[in-house]
Design a binder for this molecule. Structure first.
Ligand code: NAG
Ligand code: NAG
Ligand code: ZN
Length: 378
């Protein structure tokens, strides 16, 4: 009997060890990574496939947009824009979504719905694991291939104002920057004014290619008083007028340069009914993603039911938009409406580049992936 209970105890321990191991394996999954990572710009892009006639299109297509502005509003939940709050407090944004030259989506964020892993997902197109929550506090430099790194390698001039997390992830990438701290959650005024105070000056200038703004005030209001607080409406109105200022200025610049720009409005994660975030509830993972450009055709949008896409789709879309290689670890796809106005051959070329990048990633991560292309037997 003694031996029996000893064996029982031993098997309990063994089962517990196996259980913990399985838990850890699931909690810290091996991320999908590209094996080869030469310096950006070294690799030559694949040429256009030869279909009948020969092709000399061996370079990356030229950028679709002359300038890109990304306005990230922390904790912007989809219904803050597409719901009744949006209609009430964000009239300009609602106008852009419903009647402007824009494409709107609900971008699903993967948990953990915390700022740093979400910025990484937006810029790398890959899905960071839970381990990023632990590293969130002292965010290390982002080593994975990403849009910011590719843009810098291509000589793009980038400016950043807002949450200083970006400056930790991309320490030497911005030619000009001003970081705000998310440490004082009780402040939701200065933290945004510190971003907006630069706008008038920077929008007048033409010496930049990418401008990134990360507003923290809305997230702070969520933490203080939740998503139904009257402060939310005020903040949304403020964001709406800033968006109008940026869009108006981009349009007037375009009249001089005659080349289209792209304005991206997005959130990093949403906000639960108690005003928190981090988990995987619908309110926390659903963020709006609005792409505005005079390159798009104006058509009535359906504001009630924007298409659902993944947050990770932005990286590939921005890369194509800026004429850059798609980040190697990106699992996202190019948001097709962005290129649907282009000639068919160009559309195919963009899809070809995205497909090649994805199949390469698959090939490096799935051992059973069939190398090469075998004709399907009839
Ligand atoms: C090669 O490139 C030139 C210039 O872009 C173009 O005019 C020409 O049609 C291309 N040739 C082929 C075979 O695609
Ligand atoms: C805003 O800017 C001022 C002056 O540069 C700085 O002292 C202050 O800490 C900033 N506030 C935040 C929240 O980053
Ligand atoms: Zn955030």
């Amino acid at each position: 009997m003694r031996l029996g209970s000893g064996a029982f105890a031993a098997s309990c321990v063994a089962i517990e060890v196996i259980g913990v191991a399985i838990f850890i394996r699931g909690f810290f999954p091996a991320p999908v990574r590209s094996a080869a990572r030469p310096e950006p710009g070294v690799e030559t892009p694949a040429p256009e496939p030869i279909a009948g006639a020969s092709s000399n299109w061996t370079k990356l297509p030229s950028p679709l947009f002359n300038k890109v502005v990304i306005m990230l509003i922390d904790a912007l939940r989809d219904d803050f824009v597409f719901g009744s709050k949006g209609v009430k407090y964000m009239p300009y944004t609602t106008y852009l979504v419903e009647k402007g030259a824009s494409h709107s989506f609900v971008a699903e964020a993967k948990p953990p719905t915390v700022t740093m892993p979400r910025i990484k997902a937006l810029m790398t197109g890959s899905v960071p694991g839970f381990v990023d929550v632990i590293r969130n506090l002292n965010s290390p430099v982002l080593l994975e291939d990403n849009v910011i790194r590719q843009a810098k390698a291509a000589g793009k001039r980038m400016i950043f104002y807002g949450d200083e997390t970006w400056l930790k992830l991309f320490p030497k990438h911005f030619v000009e920057y001003d970081g705000t701290t998310s440490f004082f959650v009780s402040d939701y005024i200065e933290v945004d004014n510190n971003v907006t105070r630069h706008l008038d000056k920077v929008l007048k200038r033409g010496d930049w290619d990418v401008l990134i703004l990360h507003y923290l005030g809305l997230d702070h209001i969520g933490h203080i008083s939740g998503p139904n607080s009257p402060l939310i409406g005020h903040k949304l109105s403020e964001m709406d007028s800033i968006l109008m200022k940026i869009h108006t200025s981009l349009l007037s610049k375009e009249r001089e340069t005659l080349s289209p720009s792209l304005l991206v409005v997005c959130g990093d994660h949403g906000m639960s009914e108690t005003g928190s975030h981090g988990a995987s509830s619908t309110e926390e993972v659903s963020t709006p993603l609005i792409l505005v450009s005079s390159a798009f055709e104006r058509k009535p949008g359906d504001i009630r039911h924007p298409k659902h896409v993944q947050q990770t789709d932005l990286a590939a879309t921005l890369a194509i938009g800026l004429g850059l290689p798609i980040p190697k670890d990106s699992v996202g796809h190019l948001l097709f409406p962005v290129i649907e106005g282009k000639p068919m051959r160009e559309q195919l070329r963009f899809l070809h580049l995205n497909t090649l990048q994805l199949s390469k990633l698959l090939q490096e991560n799935v051992p059973s992936y069939e190398k090469g292309s075998h004709p399907v037997p009839p």
